[in-house]
Ligand binder design. Structure first.
Ligand SMILES: NC(=O)c1ccc[n+]([C@@H]2O[C@H](COP(=O)([O-])OP(=O)(O)OC[C@H]3O[C@@H](n4cnc5c(N)ncnc54)[C@H](OP(=O)(O)O)[C@@H]3O)[C@@H](O)[C@H]2O)c1
Length: 388
């Protein structure tokens, strides 16, 4: 549950009469398959000074969104009020609109906003803005404008969480040079695939661990097509000859960067492949198992273990630095160059004629399938304005 003080600081939507918007929201933390709901709400009023009205084109559902809804993630959305004139979404009963990442188009610009105009594509520069909504009024400081052309909606909707994380983890901890080696687990995750592509871009060799599956061939082929140097499974970490093989591949060069989004025993074993003065960067814990590291790695190999959270990076960097990063990534994603591919994805559309009850059932079903691992790819949400 959210605190009373949080409720007092409710963000507001300003509204007029006709019903045409929709959002996916919750009023209390819990299992997404039980607490998520759909709500239609009236059109936004014109934006107040220094704010923008946005229409969301596509929004992503990331692993952290589940934890946010469950109430176990450190970043929490502010409550939203004034969606409807009475009942849910009103000042008396504010709601929490889901979604942290998404691509939006500017529909109206308030007085005092500079450098952004109607029709521009923008991504979120603040966390938990409620991207699972057809429209939203935000401060112009909460968004970053994307380059005018060459990007797809999928690139835009998946730009601010995973690509930024992959880029920063490859840059901020070890000064890797062309021909150096790095290692990672969860290599088939969206972040892992971006790490592979960004490493390829810089000529960095990469050793990638994934969970084994009945047919490894398609996954190996896919990761190799992105630029993976070596692909192994966590089971291979039990192979005593692995260290020798790795030494052969690297020509004896120390591996100085390991990225971890899994945790548990396989991560401990992976870390043992690192060389002198290496850095282990943990950014996720998909196995939900704790991470333990042998003391000897710290004493004899001077291992440093870090955590990385993109939300902290965003808070601690200037607007200019963030715009610069988004523009670099966008350049690498553009048609023609495309050194970063859009993630494999499924788009779930909630259509204009679906009732709130139907939409509620649909979104809960999506989360049930995600928790069963049924998609195996990034799930993106497209909400259409309602015509009910
Ligand atoms: N710290 C940050 O700033 C930051 C930013 C972005 C993402 N993240 C985190 O990074 C992780 C990956 O995010 P994503 O969007 O790239 O996810 P994703 O594309 O949905 O991929 C999830 C990955 O987790 C693996 N996985 C799932 N359950 C597992 C288990 N029990 N044991 C081992 N592996 C398991 C999956 O492997 P299979 O294919 O074998 O199921 C897949 O490789 C998440 O933990 C996310 O929260 C952190």
């Amino acid at each position: 549950m959210f605190s009373h003080s949080a409720l007092r600081t409710a963000r507001s939507f300003s509204v007029s009469a006709a019903v045409s918007n929709r959002c996916i929201f919750y009023t209390q933390n819990g299992d997404p398959t039980k607490v998520l709901r759909s709500m239609t709400f009236p059109k936004l009023n014109p934006p107040s000074p220094n704010t923008l009205n946005l229409k969301f084109l596509l929004a992503s559902i990331n692993p952290a969104d589940l934890n946010t809804i469950e109430g176990v993630y450190p970043a929490k959305p502010g409550p939203t009020s004034n969606l409807a004139s009475n009942g849910l979404g009103s000042c008396e009963e504010p709601v929490f609109v889901g979604g942290n990442e998404g691509l939006a188009q500017v529909t109206q610009v308030g007085k005092g906003v500079e450098g952004i105009k109607e029709g521009d594509w923008v991504v979120m520069d603040n966390s938990q803005l409620g991207t699972w909504s057809t429209s939203r009024n935000v401060s112009f400081n909460d968004v970053i404008k994307l380059p005018a052309s060459g990007l797809t909606e999928v690139h835009g909707a998946t730009m601010t969480v995973n690509p930024t994380t992959a880029y920063n983890m490859l840059h901020d901890f070890v000064d890797l040079k062309e021909g150096d080696w790095m290692i990672q687990n969860g290599a088939n995750s969206a972040v892992g695939q971006l790490v592979i592509q960004l490493a390829r871009e810089r000529g960095i060799n990469n050793i990638n661990f994934v969970r084994s599956r009945d047919d490894m061939a398609p996954l190996v082929e896919h990761l190799e097509s992105l630029g993976a140097t070596k692909i192994l499974t966590y089971d291979d970490l039990n192979d005593k000859s692995l260290r020798g093989k790795v030494k052969e591949w690297t020509g004896g060069k120390d591996i100085r960067l390991a990225l971890n989004c899994v945790g548990g025993e396989p991560t401990t074993s992976m870390t043992k492949l690192l060389g002198q003065d290496a850095h282990l960067v943990s950014y996720g814990a998909m196995s939900k198992k704790p991470l333990s590291l042998p003391t000897s790695l710290h004493i004899f190999k001077n291992l440093t273990s870090h955590g990385f959270w993109q939300t902290n990076w965003t808070k601690s960097h200037s607007r200019g630095e963030k715009e610069n990063l988004i523009s670099k990534l966008a350049e690498m994603m553009k048609e023609g160059k495309a050194s970063i591919k859009a993630p494999e994805h499924t788009i779930v559309t909630i259509g204009a004629t679906e009732s709130d009850q139907e939409a509620t059932e649909k979104i809960r079903g999506v989360f049930a399938d995600i928790s069963l691992g049924k998609f195996g790819k990034k799930v993106l949400l497209k909400l259409e304005e309602t015509s009910l």
